[in-house]
Design a protein around this ligand. Sequence first.
Ligand SMILES: NC(=O)c1ccc[n+]([C@@H]2O[C@H](COP(=O)([O-])OP(=O)(O)OC[C@H]3O[C@@H](n4cnc5c(N)ncnc54)[C@H](OP(=O)(O)O)[C@@H]3O)[C@@H](O)[C@H]2O)c1
Length: 337
Amino acid sequence: MNNTTMQAAQQQSYGLDTEVVRCPIPTVGEHEVLVKVAAAGVDRGTWHLMTGLPYMTRLVTGLFKPRKKTPGRDLAGTVEQIGSQVTDFAVGDEVLGIGSGAFAEYAVARERKLVAKPTNLDMEQAAALATSGLTAWQALHTHGKVRPGQRVLILGASGGVGTFAVQIARAAGAEVTGVCSASKAELVSSLGAQHVLDYRKDHIDGTFDLIIDCGGHSPIARLRSLTQPGGTVVLVGSEERGSVIGVGRQIRAAMLSPFVNQRLVMMIATEKREDLEALVGLVRSGDVVPAVGRTFPLEAVSDALGHLADGHAMGKVVVRVSETAEMQAHEGQEAQA
Ligand SMILES: NC(=O)c1ccc[n+]([C@@H]2O[C@H](COP(=O)([O-])OP(=O)(O)OC[C@H]3O[C@@H](n4cnc5c(N)ncnc54)[C@H](OP(=O)(O)O)[C@@H]3O)[C@@H](O)[C@H]2O)c1
């Protein structure tokens, strides 16, 4: 690599404003990998880190302004350089996973946060996988203990986490009902949901063995009324703007759980490599395909995050970092659609 500088989207203060600037390429530690980023995924966690909201976040990210200027975590690209102790990857390998400063031409990731990119995904799909896919996987398997034949309800089935949850639940042999807005019913159905309900007009009938709640901010009592005795509700999240802590409903549910006949689970997704490998296994077999919705160029990181924050993104939002021929073709198709 002859260059020592790169283009990166940077923020100077909390919020969504970013500017693309030229800055030094980051250096790798001994267990780290430098990735030439092709595409970067956008997720709610990145929004929280960029805005410093809820305020608790700032205890970690910096009290008055973000310590890290280049945001972005999910990425897909090609290994450019490896640290002295890296054994799993070599220069030129195509990878996906979670790094630091992904809204840039080059980003550093720990070796154990990356996996080989399956050949049946393009770079945009690969960039969309890690955080939301892991969240859905852990909601269903780690916390929900999903089993074949169970009736699973997914609230927010058209969003970043929900589109993965529908596919993972189907792959586990569950009967899936997805709840979303009418305009996204076709997408949710195409992902494998046997029943699709419009949250603005349809009544949700019956009770479920497992509810994965990723949208709509339903009251806990409502979620319980839809759950079988002995069933489980996994509260992945829904937005509580302006809150200091941001997970009040989840905490209340977890506190109530020991006293009721359903399991109410508050979850925080972890970046566990074995889970990412298991998810990639489902991608390789064709059971899971990331549902990429809108894509944005690096100059429009703020717009990408704003689109997600509006709360009605279709599937995953992705930032195209280095424009490959594949991406230009995709952009052309989007423009025609
Ligand atoms: N616990 C964790 O570790 C963890 C990890 C990741 C994410 N999260 C949280 O999980 C939530 C979902 O994340 P995401 O990335 O999937 O967000 P997202 O992409 O914005 O998806 C949210 C979805 O909710 C749907 N929705 C809105 N109102 C609804 C309603 N009344 N009933 C049912 N669905 C409704 C929207 O669908 P329409 O567009 O069709 O209206 C949207 O597609 C967020 O709050 C996020 O912060 C938590």
